[in-house]
Ligand binder design. Structure first.
Ligand code: SAH
Ligand code: MG
Length: 240
């Protein structure tokens, strides 16, 4: 994964007209959300790689969509490669988005329910970008969806709740679905606790220590891991 803090001067990707690629990346840059452009471009590149590695149309997964900023970076790669991006969010915000927390945005509160509702904003972003035929929104609780999911993933991007409980639930629920040789991306990985919360960093560390994943690039707080061993079997429930 390249560090793309420089202007985006890469060779055009011939799978997608360069004008369309630029249009989508400009759109992503302008969308509301928590994805710096260099990290978004690195995510886009990772999704292209994942799609290239897949003999069939790739399956991409996003956990934590908010208003759709990262969805557009990933969706742009999905469109270019005829992949499908599934984008999971209950759209009521994480703990850190609730009133009184640092990442609260009052404009996203639905006045009738008094709750955060990012779904209309996510939909406006996806429709505005024109990527609706490459992106499927799944509205609901991420671990619940993970527990029923069956399709092997070519790329899974984890950027959901950042508290210990939701972050581990996402990791335990989704990492096993990443196919052998394919990629897991984790956002907001901060080795120095002064830079941000611990759980995403702990997931990243655990993934490497498990021996199932190897480091495969980074940009800012985005970490890319590649599955090199099959998932360990889930522990059996204890006998009654
Ligand atoms: N990737 C986004 C930022 C995601 S913020 C961007 O580029 O801007 C984290 C998101 O995770 C929030 O929208 C929140 O609603 C979602 N989330 C947190 N816990 C969740 C859960 N258990 N199930 C589904 N979504 C969840
Ligand atoms: Mg994030």
């Amino acid at each position: 994964m390249s560090d793309t803090r420089q202007p985006d001067t890469r060779q055009p990707d011939t799978r997608q007209p360069d004008t369309r690629r630029q249009e989508l990346l400009i759109f992503a840059r302008a969308a509301k959300g928590f994805m710096p452009d260099d990290e978004g471009l690195a995510l886009y590149d990772a999704a292209l790689r994942a799609a290239d590695a897949s003999p069939a149309a790739a399956t991409l997964m996003e956990i934590g969509a908010w208003c759709g900023k990262s969805t557009v970076y990933l969706g742009a790669a999905a469109e270019a490669t005829k992949a499908v991006l599934f984008s999971v969010d209950h759209h009521h915000g994480s703990e850190e988005n609730q009133p009184g927390w640092d990442h609260h945005d009052h404009d996203l509160v639905d006045p009738t329910t008094g709750r955060i509702d990012t779904l209309p904003f996510w939909r406006a972003t996806v429709d505005g970008a024109g990527i609706g035929s490459s992106v499927v929104g799944m509205v609901g609780d991420s671990p619940t969806i993970a527990s029923r999911w069956c399709t092997p993933l070519d790329l899974c991007f984890i950027d959901g709740g950042h508290g210990a409980e939701p972050a581990w639930a996402d990791f335990n629920g989704w990492a096993p679905h990443v196919a052998l040789g394919r990629w897991l991306a984790i956002h907001d990985v901060f080795p120095d606790p002064a830079d941000g919360g611990r759980p995403p960093y702990e997931l990243w560390t655990a993934a490497i220590e498990s021996g199932e994943f190897t480091e495969d690039g980074e940009c800012g707080s985005l970490r890319l891991l590649r599955r090199v061993a099959p998932p360990a079997p889930a522990p059996r429930p204890a006998a009654p």
